[in-house]
Ligand binder design. Structure first.
Ligand code: C2O
Length: 486
């Protein structure tokens, strides 16, 4: 097979209603939905259950393990590669189904590029929201299980899909160049270093936004939840796959934006192996095997996105099924130092403010530079955030708001936002996960610098305001809000 091209679903739609790529997707989804034997790796529900399922374990087909279903990797440096392999597996099965239906052999999964510069693309193309398909029958791409407004032509907020990190004065900074870290309090692009991690510890920036934001925007955050809101149902929505095609594309965009390719070289990452499906529909690949999308076995490219050329090489783990290494030993990396914190914060439907007493850092390298000339970053971490229902799409975090001030008047003190997608899952306790929740961390160095320049920086205390943007508030708890240096 030669390389196929994953194309922008809105461009396809604008070329032609029910463009063949979209029409064949619909036909294949219909055919896979008709496969009702859940042991069959081609069944639509089987494919979605790989990501997550509500089906109790006792009812799973014989031989299935928690590496077969409920396997999605979140809040982890495996988030991006795991979903890449998952999409590849899905795309192969869809393409084979299309070929069996006499369709094109070069079909590729489109991507949903929600682009603030092109507002119409913030909604779903009508091929996904019309109840009736091109043939006048029920449309396999339609799902009632979405936020009603989205199915009525509504759009995701442009501010949820900006491809940058929010910072003071509405200035947006590019995503960090750092792909991962052993520490949950260091902001990263790709997620914290973990072992096998279904529920997650700390999201990378891309996983948080636009990824998590769009999940909540399509599924809604109050009951009845749409499919996209929960790990257990998300992949049942045909939109999920186009969304993740875009997330996968954005990973390539980020790689191209870096001067060299800043991917991890550790064998725990490159050698981690994931298995999907079985029999003639088996996909079994390591992270190291999927870093050049135009190479076999992937063989796809995204319209207008160059494929990074940096060769990726590294030692591989021993050949074993689903070999997933432990987190990197951080021998040469000193974790950031906690300089102040407040424990146990409950969030509701209104803004919540806490004041944290902060001390000078103890580490000599940090302490000696306390004259304000030091370059060490300051991080604000919302640690161990848990909830049993999301309740809110997203929270915005400000620091040092003057007493009684309206946060709208102080964009220079906004340090970032986080999506609640995945919090409920990360709160669940099971054999492999402590249920300790997710940590959201923000690099607040630029805000601190602005405050210092304005003579408004108080080295002894920091006020933090966490504000829900929409929804009914949910029941989020923050284990600790910590200020870190280093
Ligand atoms: Cu595994 Cu977008 O979710």
């Amino acid at each position: 097979m030669s390389t196929v091209e994953r194309r922008n679903v809105w461009e396809l739609h604008r070329k032609e209603e029910w463009h063949p790529t979209i029409l064949w997707y619909a036909k294949a989804v219909g055919a896979l939905q008709a496969v009702t034997n859940l042991s069959d790796p081609r069944s639509w529900l089987h494919l979605a259950n790989i990501h997550g399922t509500d089906t109790p374990r006792q009812q799973w087909p014989a031989g299935f393990t928690d590496r077969t279903w409920n396997a999605c990797q979140h809040g982890s440096w495996y988030f991006l590669p795991w979903h890449r392999i998952y999409l590849h597996h899905f795309e192969k099965i869809v393409r084979k189904t299309i070929v069996d239906l006499q369709g094109p052999a070069d079909w590729a999964l489109p991507f949903w590029n929600y682009d603030p510069a092109d507002p119409e693309t913030l909604g779903l193309p009508p091929e996904f929201t019309d109840r009736t398909g091109k043939d006048g029958k029920p449309n396999p791409l339609f799902r009632a299980g979405r936020l009603a407004a989205i199915n009525q032509g509504g759009r995701v907020p442009a501010s949820d899909v900006e491809l940058t990190v929010r910072g003071p004065n509405g200035q947006r900074r590019p995503w960090t160049r750092r792909f991962s870290s052993p520490s949950t309090v260091v902001p990263t692009f790709g997620g914290v270093q973990t072992g096998w991690e279904h529920e997650g510890l700390a999201n990378g920036q891309l996983e948080n936004e636009p990824h998590g934001m769009v999940h909540n925007d399509v599924g809604g955050v109050t009951p009845p939840f749409g499919l996209m809101t929960r790990f257990e149902t998300a992949a049942q929505d045909p939109v999920f796959w186009m969304h993740h095609s875009n997330v996968d594309r954005l990973w390539e965009v980020w790689r191209n934006a870096a001067n060299d390719d800043p991917l991890p070289t550790s064998s725990n990452w490159l050698g981690a192996r994931f298995t999907f499906g079985s029999g003639t529909s088996l996909t079994r690949l390591t992270v190291g095997e999927v870093l050049r999308t135009t190479d076999a076995p992937l063989e796809y490219r995204y319209t207008d996105v160059p494929v990074p050329v940096t060769p990726v090489a590294g030692p591989m783990l021993a050949e074993a099924d689903d070999a997933v290494g432990a987190p990197e030993a951080a021998a040469d990396e000193v974790p950031p130092e906690l300089v102040g914190s407040v424990d146990g914060v409950a969030l509701g439907a209104s803004p919540h403010e806490v004041t944290i007493e902060t001390a000078a850092p103890q580490a000599p390298s940090l302490a000696e530079a306390e004259d304000g000339t030091d370059e060490a970053p300051t991080y604000l971490a919302l640690e161990n955030v848990t909830a049993t229902e999301p309740g809110t799409h997203r929270y915005t975090v400000h620091v040092a708001l003057p007493a009684g001030a309206d946060r709208g008047d102080h964009p220079e003190r906004e340090v970032g936002r986080f999506s609640t997608f995945g919090v409920v899952e990360a709160t669940r306790r099971d054999d492999e996960h402590s249920g300790a929740g997710l940590t959201y961390s923000f690099d607040i160095t630029p805000v601190v610098a602005e405050l210092q320049a304005a003579g408004e920086w108080d080295p002894d205390r920091l006020t933090v305001t966490v504000t829900p943007d929409s929804g009914d508030g949910g029941d989020l708890q923050i284990g600790r809000i910590g200020v870190y240096r280093g």
